[in-house]
Each structure stands twice: as C-alpha cells, then as structure tokens.
Design a protein around this ligand. Structure first.
Ligand SMILES: NC(=O)c1ccc[n+]([C@@H]2O[C@H](COP(=O)([O-])OP(=O)(O)OC[C@H]3O[C@@H](n4cnc5c(N)ncnc54)[C@H](OP(=O)(O)O)[C@@H]3O)[C@@H](O)[C@H]2O)c1
Length: 173
C-alpha cells in the first residue's frame, strides 16, 4: 500500500507499484507462497489482474474468488458465493498449509471484522497517493497487533509482518 494507506489509486490504478520494481527482488513473495496452499481473493482484484493481461500467478493452488454472483469455475479457480469469513473458517478446519488473502480491501476488512486474520504482511511503498481504494475501511474492531519483523529495502519499500496475539502462523523470517 501507499504511505497514506491506499492499495490502488483512483479508478483502481496500480501504476504506483512499478516504483519499487527491481530486477531480482520479489520482497519475499516466492518464499512466502511456499507456505500457502489456498488463496482467497475478491472478484474485483482477480478481474483487475486479468484486465492487465496477466494470468493469476497462483493457479497451482486452490483459489477461491469471492463474488455474490454465480460464475463458471476456471481450473483451480473456484467462485465462492458466500461470506469470505465462512470460507476461511471452513478452510481452517481442513488439513493444509496457510491460507493467503490476496485482497482486495473489501475481503480483507470482512476477514478482520470476523477475527479470521492471523497474520498481516504489510508492504509500504514510498508514495503518497492522496486518493484511491483504502486498505482499511471504517467499522473495523480494535485489534492490537504484535510486530514480528520489519524490513526495509533499497527501493524504499518497508515490509512489516504483524500477527494477531496468540494466532501467528508458520511463516519463517
Ligand atoms: N496493492 C495491492 O497489493 C492490491 C492487492 C489486492 C487488490 N488491489 C486492488 O484493489 C482493488 C480491488 O479491491 P476492492 O476492495 O475494491 O474489491 P475486492 O475485495 O477485490 O472485490 C470486491 C468484490 O468481492 C465480492 N464480495 C465482497 N464481499 C462479499 C461477500 N460478503 N459475499 C460475496 N461476495 C463478496 C463482490 O463481488 P461481486 O461484485 O462479483 O459480487 C465485490 O464486488 C483493485 O483495484 C485491485 O487491483 C491491490
């Protein structure tokens, strides 16, 4: 997100992400995704990825796209018509690795409000956007977080790993 807390600019613009694109630097992404086997993602986020001409990169995992509308599953990408918190509880009840919520903020905020977020990895990009789609929306409950690590990179990106006390996952640092 930007310094002022936006995950996308106005109209969903993601141009600010290119500011920290550095050859050979993935900010821990490839190591992190080894710890997960399921993804929860909002319909608007997946459509944004597709509209940019990319294939969603984690299609070798079970991907649950949250939408209120019934849509055709595509390979391992399943459309889930219900509440993302119910899905998170269902997946946590099954054996497996970590579950990754890849956004957007509508989904993240519902998971927070339902107490279903265990860890938060926040990457701050050194830019102030002024407007756009905020990561955190109003109505969240008070939640104290525990800082596990904080790492800064030459590009200016700062990455914090927070956990909810008593709920942290197996993500190595
Ligand atoms: N900077 C980053 O790292 C980052 C990460 C992720 C996303 N983004 C950006 O964030 C933007 C999208 O975020 P967003 O918050 O606007 O949307 P989103 O969370 O990606 O998707 C919202 C959609 O999810 C579905 N939904 C939400 N709650 C639901 C519920 N309780 N039951 C069933 N379906 C539900 C609805 O789909 P239907 O309308 O189909 O019913 C809703 O329109 C995009 O621009 C994306 O590129 C940025």
């Amino acid at each position: 997100m930007s310094i002022d807390g936006f995950i996308a600019g106005p109209e969903g613009d993601l141009g600010f992400l290119s500011q920290v694109e550095v050859a050979g630097e993935d900010y821990g992404y490839s190591e992190f995704v080894k710890t997960i086997d399921a993804v929860i993602i909002g319909r608007k986020t997946i459509e944004k990825v597709e509209s940019m001409g990319y294939e969603y990169p984690l299609q070798d995992r079970e991907v649950y796209v949250i939408s209120r509308n019934l849509r055709q599953d595509k390979g391992s990408m399943h459309y889930y018509q219900g509440n993302p918190a119910d899905l998170a509880r269902e997946l946590k009840g099954k054996p497996g690795k970590n579950i990754y919520c890849d956004g957007g903020s509508e989904i993240v905020n519902q998971l927070f409000k339902a107490g279903e977020v265990d860890d938060l990895i926040l990457s701050i990009i050194p830019v102030i956007l002024g407007d756009g789609i905020p990561l955190f929306r109003s109505g969240n409950v008070l939640q104290t977080m525990h800082l596990i690590s904080c790492k800064s990179y030459p590009s200016g990106l700062v990455q914090m790993h927070y956990s909810v006390p008593g709920k942290s996952l197996s993500i190595s640092e």
